[in-house]
Ligand binder design. Structure first.
Ligand code: ATP
Ligand code: MG
Length: 428
């Protein structure tokens, strides 16, 4: 069988209407379209969230108006994808994607439709991915129209593809990963036929752009049950397609629990926990492959360097301890290492030690004032380049150990350093 499965009887429910600016702006956009004689609804994730009692982050609008008509009705618009019927409307300092009701043509590349045909609400919700994402809200009344069975699926906690799951996943190869993302976010069960299609579609996900995959992965990491998302991804074969670098690591199951222990942490902390088995360098390479920003990749590398250093912290000398703990990534590194030890049940002495030091040392303990400059080192007779840098580091180490507290002491230290160097040269 091809095409869309028979749709269930339409159903309705009511939701409470929020008073926040995002919703009020969306209602204004819908009202404006309706006053001009077009059909218009809030659709997609926002309606799902409101039915579930959550506050949406963004409001998408679907309408019978053509993109041209939408652009005429609003003063500030950006034609983001007119071919697909999408216009961005700026209203009351908010942005709304206003999309003309559409049915997708064929998907020959498994990524985006070859063509779209402008149509009605029923066909528009039918081309969406999961039933819970196929609801339409009248923002004037709070009435939710359900043409795809989404309300019942939300009530029973089910993630179900709209129509024939295998067919729908064949159109857009990202959908299997989206199913798991929603499972991680909602805690819902993936319905049987949909789960079968996730397994069957896993091998195709690689054809999707790395940015789309990364964004779904990040939503899993940021969800309330990242471990569940990863476990499902592993069990269905999705994980080895989207994160092949983790395939060979045997600490994978621990990573799931570590992520669950880090729920609510910053996103760079979460990526670090995911890629921890790869070590700092391997993790940075994985971040690069996913086209993360340089800044994010460096953060992950720094966080994982901190987790490694924290393990041996009690054995280090005070200068090395302070250098580790003053890194901008130390707190995140500590969080990752603590979560790991909590999960494995190993001794957490190094965490207690590092946290103690972190609360004991003040910023000026960690970043003592600079007492000497490169010029001082040159004047003391230390030859240029790397030797100067090394000498200044050595002075700072002594400051961190509490052995140097004044400029005089620092200058004397430099003079002595020169003496030692000269002795070494004359020994040769
Ligand atoms: P989020 O809360 O993360 O924004 P969302 O459900 O709003 O989740 P979006 O990616 O913002 O997801 O997409 C908005 C809506 O567009 C979805 O609710 C769904 O109806 C539809 N949609 C998005 N991506 C797809 C896709 N790959 N295939 C089919 N429909 C999709
Ligand atoms: Mg959304």
């Amino acid at each position: 069988m091809t095409g869309v499965n028979p749709l269930p009887e339409p159903r309705h429910t009511q939701v409470n209407l929020p008073q926040e600016p995002g919703f009020l702006g969306a209602r204004y956009v819908v009202d404006t379209l309706r006053r001009a004689g077009h059909e218009s609804w809030i659709v997609g994730g926002a309606v799902r969230d409101m039915v579930m009692g959550l506050s949406p982050e963004e409001f998408d609008i679907a309408t019978s108006a053509t993109p041209e008509a939408v652009m005429k009705l609003f003063r500030r618009t950006v034609p983001v994808g007119v071919r697909f019927g999408v216009v961005r409307v700026l209203e009351r300092n908010q942005e709304y994607e206003v999309a003309t009701f559409r049915a997708d043509g064929g998907y020959s590349d498994g990524r985006r439709p070859d063509a779209v045909r402008f149509t009605n609400l029923e066909e528009d919700v039918s081309r969406r991915d999961f039933t819970m994402n196929g609801l339409a809200l009248d923002p004037g009344t709070g009435d939710v129209t359900d043409l795809v069975g989404g309300l019942a699926d939300i009530a029973s906690g089910t993630i179900r593809a709209i129509g024939d799951a295998a067919l729908r996943f064949g159109e857009d190869h990202l959908r299997p990963l989206r199913a798991l993302r929603f499972a991680a976010q909602t805690g819902f069960e993936v319905e049987e036929a949909t789960l079968v299609a996730v397994r069957a579609g896993a091998g195709e996900i690689g054809s999707v752009s790395v940015e789309r995959i990364r964004d779904e992965l990040e939503k899993i990491l940021n969800s309330r049950r990242p471990g569940r998302g990863l476990r499902l991804a592993r069990d269905t074969g999705v994980l080895r397609e989207v994160l092949p670098e983790l395939a060979g690591t045997d600490e994978a199951t621990a990573a799931d629990d570590i992520l669950d222990a880090l729920v609510g942490s910053s996103v760079d902390t979460l990526w670090s926990a995911l890629f921890r088995p790869l070590g700092p360098t391997g993790a940075a390479a994985a971040m690069d492959r996913l086209h993360h920003s340089r800044r994010m990749a460096q953060a992950v590398e720094g966080i994982l360097e901190s987790t490694v250093a924290i393990r041996t912290l009690p054995q280090e000398d005070e200068a090395a301890e302070k250098r580790t703990l003053r890194s901008p990534w130390a707190k995140a590194g500590l969080a990752v290492e603590e979560a790991r030890l909590r999960v494995t049940g190993d001794d957490r002495a190094c965490i207690v030690y590092a946290s103690g030091k972190l609360s004991e040392w003040t910023p000026s303990d960690l970043f003592p004032d600079r007492l000497v400059t490169g010029e001082d080192a040159l004047e003391a007779g230390i030859l240029g380049g790397p030797a100067v840098g090394d000498a200044l580091t050595a002075v700072e180490d002594e400051q961190l150990r509490g052995n140097i507290r004044s400029r005089e002491q620092a200058l004397a230290f430099l003079a002595n350093l020169r003496q030692v160097e000269n002795d070494a040269v004359s020994d040769d």
